[in-house]
Structures are given as structure tokens and as C-alpha cells.
Design a protein around this ligand. Structure first.
Ligand code: PLP
Length: 461
């Protein structure tokens, strides 16, 4: 990961290219435009989730197969978005399709346990080395329940999170994410800021943000909370941040967080909704060798069906097993989702599957870095496992403050347009990263690198 001296970019040129690429995308997506005009009359904003909104209209998809997706205009693109990282299996994987079809004929929902849920829990226990598991239906449900378990286990209300991290859409964690830079507050005493309307300040105040990659700041803040008589129940964090592009933990950081949380009697929750199953068979927990008290999974777990999981130590799960915490949900462990998850774990995300992901990642990171170096762009390629990105910044990003201060928003947006116009379906949003799949070929990665090189060349011409 290097950030070399870079070419001074012409901002007028960036604006001109952005306008050209925007026009080209508009002209080639009339079907999406028509769908949007129809959709917005019934579906608010024309989308099922605000994260699918796009100006002037979203690109509506029709189908996917392997590494490809097709939009409603029939345009084929190689998918590097993969549903915000839910699909490292690739689309319509035959093993998952078979398992789901088998289950469809046997009944899809009982709200009673089935064997597939047992098998999936056994496999997650093996991969994460954590002895107890429960299922939910999304990442938000997983983080909400994990925090409740931590609160019940410790008898405390306050929680600590990383400033800028996203952990789902419930009130406990919709705090201090993507806020205007001026409102962050002092690094030693970051503000608890509700993310969007409808979140009571009194609830947000229970959530205390600290900077990523700074164990000293976390320790000082926890010690102060203890002095103030509001010791935290838990620290919830992504072991590698996946919503500022990709920000890896500095060497020794996770070990220091583990040591200080244990010493101060605070439970450690690794939110592996994005990292889990994407960066190693046993997620960040395996990859970095640091064991949390609780872990949350979702996205890739279901192989394209909605599900999530919470794993934990016996001590953390004691409140679940005793019935002190109601960990519940009608669709928890839904048979269709569990059949897909089982097939994914047993037949797709296997040691051979991870070898493919690692090989493609190495190729793509190498190719992107080579383009950056050759054209002197301000940025660097960074990633781990199936996840990666080009971070457009003259400085290395280590936390939210450095991201806000240095990320080149205009380049991030231009690069998305270049991708979309050259057969690359990339995650929208300048905070996002790519997710590779076991179905991606070396040629798919070449296509990504070629689009990137075209942009680099146009920018520096
Ligand atoms: C790290 C992390 N945790 C939790 C969530 C919430 O997951 P979901 O959207 O399935 O509720 C997300 C979603 O992007 C996430 O990235």
C-alpha cells in the first residue's frame, strides 16, 4: 500500500469527464428511466431501500448468473458490487440453486428448527471457534441482538462504537456515521450524533464513538466512562472497516483492543456482516487471530437469501440460554435461507473457493496499483480476501477523520461512472468497495483494470 508523489489533477477536466460519462450512462439506460417513472408512483423513491436510490434514476437489474448481471435494458456487466458483498458465491450458483429448489418442495417456513440450521451452526462454530450460535434475518438484527446480549450480560447501558462505522439501521448504532466533518467534535470526546431523523438523542447518547486504529483513545474514553459512572457494556466494531473503502487494522491494534476490553470488563463484538465469509473461511476472527466475545454475520451467509447470525462464547450466551434475554424472531433460521447457507458453506465457500478469491484479489489489487503508479494518480489499492478498492487520496486513510479530510470524492464518483459505462457493475457510493466471487475469471478482473486505466489515461492526457 503505497502513496507516492502524484500528478496534479485538473479539476475542470474531472468535471468535463464526469459530465460526459453521466450523459453516456443516461443515454444507455432508457429502460431504467422508464421503470423509475413507473416505480416512483408506488414504491417510495422508486426503490426498496434508500441505499438503492440514485440520481437521476437507479439502474434496475433483471437477472444475474455467475459473475454477470443484466439490467432492464439488456446491458451485461461484470458484477463487482455483489449486493454490498452478499454474493461471493456469484449469482445463481448451481449448488445453492439445487439446495433451494429441493427445499422449496419440502416447505419453506415452519418457525420450528430444522436440521440445516443445526448443520450451519456447527460449521460456523468450527470456522469461528465460538461455541454458541443463533440466527436472525439481517445484519441489523444481528447487531441489535448482540448488543442486547452484551447489555444483559454486563447490566450496563452504554456502548462504544467506532466513529464512521455502519452497523445497521436500528437506533443503537445509527449514530456518528457519515456526518459533516465540523460536527465530529474532539478526537478524545467525539459527539454522539443521530444518523438521520427519528432517532432520539437520548438513545444516541448511550452510544459513544471512538476513532478506529487508536487503542489508546479507546482506552482513555472507556476509563472516563467508568469514572463518570456509565461503564460500557461492549465495544462493537468491524475488525477491518468496510465503509470507508477498506481500512485495515494497523498491526497490533486488534490485539490491544482485545486486551483492554478484557481488562476493563467490556465485551468485544466483532461485526463481521461484511468481513465474515468474505475475507476468510472464519472471517476476520480467523484472519487476524483475535477472538471476540460475540460476532455478527449476515450478507454472504445466506448465499443470496436473507439471514444473519450471532455467535459467542459460552459466557456471553449464558443470558440467552437462561432465557434472561429473549433472542427471538418468526423467520429466524428460515428453512430456505438455511438450505442456501448450508450449500454455500459446504459446496461453494470451500478451501478451493477461498483460493480462487485470493488469486483474483491479488491480480486486481496488483493491476490497479500498477495503473496508479504509472499515471501518478493520488491513491492506492487496498483490500483483503474478496474485498478491495482503489482509495483516491493523497494520504493513507486510517480512520474516519483521515477519510473525510483526504478522500477525493470527485474521482471516486467519476470512477463509478467509468465502470458502469464499460461493463463493470460497481458498488455505488464513494465509501464502498468491490466484492469478488468464486465465479470471477482473470478476464473479468482484466476488464476492471482496463476501465480504470482508461480513466487514468483520460485524466492525465
Ligand atoms: C458492518 C455492517 N453491519 C451491519 C450491517 C447491516 O446489515 P443489513 O443491511 O443486512 O441489516 C451492514 C450493512 O451494510 C454492515 O456493513
Amino acid at each position: 500500500m503505497s502513496v507516492e508523489a502524484t500528478a496534479e489533477l485538473d479539476r475542470a477536466r474531472i468535471a468535463e469527464l464526469t459530465e460526459r460519462e453521466q450523459r453516456r450512462l443516461d443515454e444507455t439506460t432508457p429502460g431504467s428511466r422508464a421503470m423509475y417513472e413507473r416505480a416512483r408512483r408506488a414504491l417510495s423513491g422508486g426503490v426498496a431501500s434508500a441505499y438503492q436510490e440514485r440520481d437521476p434514476w437507479p439502474i434496475y437489474l433483471e437477472r444475474g448468473s455467475g459473475s454477470r448481471v443484466w439490467d432492464v435494458d439488456g446491458t451485461e456487466r461484470v458484477d463487482f458490487h455483489n449486493a454490498f458483498g452478499s454474493m461471493p458465491q456469484g449469482h445463481a450458483h448451481p449448488a445453492i440453486t439445487r439446495a433451494v429448489e429441493r427445499r422449496l418442495a419440502l416447505g419453506t417456513q415452519f418457525a420450528a428448527p430444522t436440521e440445516d440450521a443445526v448443520v450451519v451452526a456447527e460449521e460456523l462454530k468450527r470456522r469461528w471457534g465460538l461455541p454458541r450460535w443463533r440466527f436472525v434475518n439481517s445484519g441489523s438484527e444481528a447487531t441489535m441482538d448482540a448488543i442486547r446480549i452484551a447489555r444483559a450480560q454486563t447490566g450496563r447501558d452504554t456502548i462504544v462504537k467506532i466513529f464512521g462505522s455502519y452497523h445497521g439501521h436500528h437506533d443503537y448504532v445509527m449514530v456518528s456515521i457519515g456526518v459533516p466533518y465540523e460536527q465530529i467534535g474532539d478526537r478524545e470526546d467525539y459527539a454522539s450524533l443521530p444518523y438521520g431523523g427519528g432517532i432520539p438523542q437520548s438513545v444516541a447518547d448511550l452510544t459513544v464513538p471512538v476513532p478506529f486504529n487508536d487503542a489508546g483513545a479507546m482506552e482513555r474514553r472507556i476509563e472516563r466512562l467508568i469514572e463518570e459512572g456509565r461503564p460500557p457494556a461492549c465495544v462493537i466494531m468491524e475488525p477491518a472497516m468496510m465503509n470507508l473503502g477498506v481500512v485495515l487494522p494497523e498491526p497490533g491494534y486488534l490485539e490491544a483492543v482485545r486486551e483492554l476490553t478484557r481488562r476493563l470488563g467490556v465485551l468485544l463484538i466483532f461485526d463481521e456482516v461484511k468481513t465474515g465469509l468474505c475475507i476468510a473461511a472464519g472471517g476476520a476472527t480467523e484472519r487476524f487471530g483475535v477472538e471476540p466475545d460475540l460476532v455478527t454475520l449476515a450478507k454472504a451467509l445466506g448465499g443470496g437469501l436473507p439471514t444473519g447470525a450471532i455467535g459467542g462464547t459460552e459466557a456471553a450466551f449464558e443470558v440467552v440460554e437462561s432465557g434472561a434475554v429473549y433472542q427471538v424472531g418468526t423467520f429466524n433460521g428460515n428453512p430456505l435461507a438455511m438450505a442456501a447457507a448450508r450449500a454455500s458453506l459446504e459446496e461453494v465457500l470451500t478451501p478451493e473457493g477461498y483460493q480462487v478469491l485470493e488469486a483474483r484479489e491479488e491480480q486486481l489489487l496488483g493491476a490497479c496499483q500498477e495503473v496508479i503508479d504509472r499515471y501518478g494518480l493520488p491513491g492506492y489499492a487496498v483490500g483483503i480476501g474478496a474485498k478491495g478498492c482503489v482509495t483516491f487520496s493523497p494520504e493513507r486513510i486510517v480512520d474516519y477523520e483521515s477519510f473525510k479530510a483526504h478522500q477525493d470524492k470527485e474521482l471516486a464518483e467519476l470512477s463509478w461512472l467509468y465502470n458502469m459505462n464499460r461493463g463493470i457493475y460497481m458498488t455505488p457510493g464513494r465509501e464502498e468497495e468491490w466484492t469478488l466471487t468464486v465465479a470471477h475469471s482473470p478476464e473479468d478482473c482484466d476488464r476492471f483494470a482496463a476501465a480504470f486505466e482508461e480513466m487514468a489515461s483520460d485524466l492525465t492526457a
